[in-house]
Design a protein around this ligand. Structure first.
Ligand SMILES: [Zn+2]
Length: 274
């Protein structure tokens, strides 16, 4: 699997010379599976705009392009109206969520409402692509890869979902927008067990977390703790706070590397093989 970050920021996009090295766009990750010759996209934060342009310029002709959503807070959907493939009438786009227990009265409305006339000049139904709205349940198979979801605490239990993708004996786990209430959540450790790569929320320092308890995010120290307990091979920390500039993130990363050497803070454009 080839993983590339198009957005690593949490909460709101930022710009300025102090954010150039880590990047300012909100969550969007592309996963390219060589075995199936298919892209799958994780979340549609503002970073998805660039990904969409790249897919168009490379002439991507995948009939159904799936976007799997951890949840629908603004920083994870805001790039969607600017996703170029959604304007192609020959394109099918799957809008996917995981979690059998997750009940949405109308998944389509989550996307159509923010695109109603008062907010955006193009309606969802006018974009062009055909949209398929689907809940995959707790686990499924996707062109030969095993996909599992885990409910995460994000303001409430199951407020967001983590993803585990097992492809040709390689394992990628993405757990962002989660809070470890009362110590490390053992379900997350089990979920991430033996992953080749764990991408984990690490928005706050331990000191900051005292102020932001209950806001739905993890500390970078907790991300490291999960990585150690789950015996993952590589840890990538993401969902950087909009108040953290490059220098601040360098310091956080250095601290995490001391505790878990194969740890890196996600940067926009960062690409690696799982
Ligand atoms: Zn977020």
């Amino acid at each position: 699997m080839k993983v590339k970050f198009y957005g690593v920021r949490g909460s709101i996009p930022v710009c300025g010379e102090e954010f150039q090295r880590y990047g300012g766009n909100t969550t969007c990750i592309s996963i390219y599976r060589e075995a199936a010759n298919r892209f799958v996209i994780f979340d549609a934060g503002t970073g998805i705009r660039k990904l969409g342009k790249e897919l168009v310029s490379m002439g991507m002709d995948q009939k159904v392009l799936n976007i799997l959503f951890s949840h629908f807070h603004w920083d994870h959907i805001q790039g969607f109206p600017f996703f170029a493939p959604a304007y192609n009438k020959n394109q099918q786009i799957g809008i996917l969520v995981m979690g059998k227990e997750r009940k949405y009265n109308n998944l389509k409305e989550i996307f159509s409402k923010p695109m109603q006339m008062e907010y955006f000049p193009v309606r969802l139904d006018e974009m062009g692509a055909q949209f398929i709205f689907l809940n995959l349940g707790d686990d499924t198979f996707y062109y030969g890869a095993k996909v599992t979801g885990v409910p995460q605490y994000h303001l409430f239990p199951g407020g967001s979902y983590g993803l585990r993708l097992e492809d040709e004996s390689r394992v990628l786990v993405i757990c962002t927008d989660l809070e470890h209430i009362d110590g490390i959540d053992p379900n997350i450790v089990t979920f991430a067990n033996n992953a080749d790569v764990l991408i984990h929320d690490g928005q706050y320092t331990e000191e900051e977390y005292k102020k932001y308890k209950g806001w739905g995010h993890s500390t970078c120290g907790q991300a490291v703790e999960v990585a150690i307990r789950a015996k993952v091979k590589k840890l990538v920390i993401t969902h950087h706070d909009p108040d953290h500039d490059d220098t601040f993130l360098d310091t956080m990363e250095k601290g995490c590397k001391e505790a878990f050497p194969n740890c890196v803070f996600a940067r926009e454009g960062m690409e690696f093989e799982v």
